[in-house]
Structures are given as C-alpha cells and as structure tokens.
Design a protein around this ligand. Structure first.
Ligand code: XUL
Ligand code: MN
Length: 348
C-alpha cells in the first residue's frame, strides 16, 4: 500500500470524557474544570471532533425557552468555529431528568414518552444549529430492571416509531444507534449492533440509520468488538466508534484503548483500517474515563494516551505481514498464524 492510499484518521471525544473524577462510591476527587474551557484543549491533543449531549451544548436545557436554546447553540457554534472544531454528533441525554427514570421512548407513562420526544426534537434542532448531521441514540434506560415491568415487543415498536418520527422531523439527519447490553438497566433493548442494524432496515430511511460501536459495550455483551464492527461495515452502517477497553464482565469501565486486551484492540484497528473506515470523514471516537487516582485539573492523559495507543497499534496493523497471513490461512496453520500475530505484537 502506498502512503497516499492510507487513511489519515481524525479523532473525537466528548466533554464528559474530561470528568471531575466522581464515582458512585465517593465525591468528586478533583476540582471541576470549567465546561466552556474544555474546547480549547482539543486541538492541542490532536483531536478535532467534539461529541455532544444536548445539554453539553445547552446546559439546564429543560429550563430554557426555544429562543434561549437557539441563542446558546449559536454561541457554542461560534466557539467551535473559532477553535476550528467539528461537532461530530449530538445525543439526547434521556437518562437524567425525572421524566426518564423509566426510560424515554419506552417509558410506560405517556407523559414521560412525550417528554422524550420533546427533548429529541430539541436535540435535532441543536444538531441542525451546530451544523452537525448526526444524532446518537445511546438508549440508556430503554430497558428494564425486571422483565415484567414492560411489554418488550411494544417497547421495540416504540423505539422504531421514535426513529421514524426523527427521520420525518428532519429529512437530512442521520441516526447513529450506540448499542449497550446493560447499565444502567439490567437488560437493555437494542443490546448489540445486530439489533441496531435490524432497526435500520425496518425504518423508513435505512440509509440514514447507522451504528456507533463502543468496544466496552460489545465486550459487555460477550461479543468481539472487531466482529461487531465487521458486521456493521458489511452492511455499510458503521458511522462511528467509541474505542476504549473493558476488563471482563463488570461495570462499564471505559479503560484506555488497548489497555486490557491488546490483541482485541489490534483486531479492531485492523478491521477499521482494512475496510476504509475514516475515508468518508468518520471519526475515531475515544470514550475513555480518567482514573479516579489521577491528580490535577484538567486530567487529560487518558485521552492523549488512548490516541497514542491507537496510532501505535495502527503501525502494527500496517506492518503486519499480509503475505504470511494469507499463506498460513491457505495452509490452515492457525497455530503458526497465532504465534506470528503474538510475536508481531510483542515486537519480536
Ligand atoms: C454510555 C456511553 C455514552 C454514550 C453517549 O455507556 O458510552 O457516553 O457514548 O451518550
Ligand atoms: Mn460511548
């Protein structure tokens, strides 16, 4: 491959990735870093895409009038333009407000479902105002804590209905579903990319419904993230990724990319790079969390390091001996193939 045919990757993360270090077991461990100052950090660390929740753009969105929402969206757009940053997507945060304790689109209460739709419309307006083409649906509380709490068939129908309503509400917007099998609910609807792709094909505009695959989410479903990515790529539906890592079936850890399973990380970069991901402007998103133990404010090492690890692994992918790989595939000597991968990764 000559260098001109190699993808030049662009990176993104969300302001929530520069966290203040709180967790469910204790208070924040470092001083809060002002939200509006976070944008000045992106370029410095080699990132040019910003991922948003609706209230990352418009704080306290539920208390704002439509005019205030529009004004704040324009203020943020100017900030992004001044910093030379691109808004990758906006996601409705349908898991904080009291109306979303039982979910948004699948809540049993009609009033709560109406709130979810209102919030979704506002989110699309914000995306439009920022000039971003994508809405990410991480369906946080669209699931149940006990199976009998909801009619699951009806819940899936309601999710599809919400998607169709969004597609109708805006004829350009794309919907990127980010599947996750659990947390905060015990059992989530749309737990894998297969479910998301099925919803896409069932929707009114399959070309505008795609997926965002997060490493840890696939691993929590007991699946191999690179195969999940391959599935979406085979259907032309991989819009974005949240690379990170996960050490077994625990809470969602959002560890540094490659830090728990280097070989799985190699295979994710391999499937992305081999299949031209990024050529149409897709971002490499890094959804990683700072360690609670890390001192300072802002804490950003996890973002810089995950990006750096991605680039090191990319080098490993691009220097992997493809002739040997083909030869060992043909001779079906997978023992030798495995050893070759391991020695390549170990630098031997
Ligand atoms: C939750 C998660 C979210 C989404 C955006 O596990 O990954 O941060 O990426 O809502
Ligand atoms: Mn994510």
């Amino acid at each position: 491959m000559n260098s001109e045919s190699l993808t030049q990757y662009r990176f993104s993360f969300g302001p929530w990735n520069i966290s203040e270090g709180g967790d469910p077991f204790g208070p924040e461990v470092r001083e809060a870093y002002p939200h509006e100052k976070k944008f000045a950090l992106y370029k410095k660390f080699g990132f040019e895409g910003v991922q948003f929740h609706d209230d990352d753009v418009v704080p306290d969105i539920d208390d704002q009038t439509p005019a205030q929402i529009e004004k704040q969206t324009q203020t943020l757009k100017k900030l992004l333009d001044d910093e030379g940053l691109i808004p990758e997507f906006v996601a409705p945060r349908l898991w904080f407000a009291e109306q979303t304790v039982d979910g948004g689109y699948t809540a049993n209460s009609k009033a709560d479902r109406d709130y979810a739709w209102k919030r979704t419309q506002q989110c699309i307006d914000i995306a439009r105002g920022l000039n971003s083409k994508a809405i990410v649906l991480w369906l946080a509380r669209e699931g149940s804590y006990i199976r009998e709490a909801k009619d699951a068939k009806l819940a899936y129908e309601r999710i599809l209905e919400a998607i169709n309503r969004m597609l109708e509400f805006d004829s350009d917007i794309e919907i990127w579903i980010e599947p996750k099998p659990n947390e905060p609910t015990d059992q989530a609807y749309v737990p894998t990319i297969g479910h998301a792709v099925a919803l896409s094909y069932a929707s009114q505009a399959p070309d505008r419904v795609k997926g965002l695959i997060e490493t840890a989410h696939a691993q929590l479903a007991g699946l191999d993230p690179s195969d999940e990515m391959a599935f979406a790529l085979a259907h032309g539906k991989l819009a974005s990724v949240h690379l990170n890592d996960q050490n077994g079936l625990k809470y969602d850890q959002d560890k540094n990319f490659g830090s728990a399973n280097l070989r799985a990380a190699f295979n994710q970069v391999r499937v992305l790079d081999d299949n031209g991901f990024g050529r149409a402007g897709e971002f490499i998103g890094l959804d990683v969390k700072a360690m609670r133990t890390q001192a300072g404010s802002p804490v950003t090492a996890h973002l810089e390091n995950s990006r750096r690890i991605f680039l090191h692994i990319l080098e490993k992918v691009r220097t992997w001996n493809r002739e040997l790989e083909a030869e060992l595939q043909n001779s079906r000597d997978y023992e030798a193939l495995e050893l070759a991968v391991m020695e390549h990764l170990l630098g031997i």
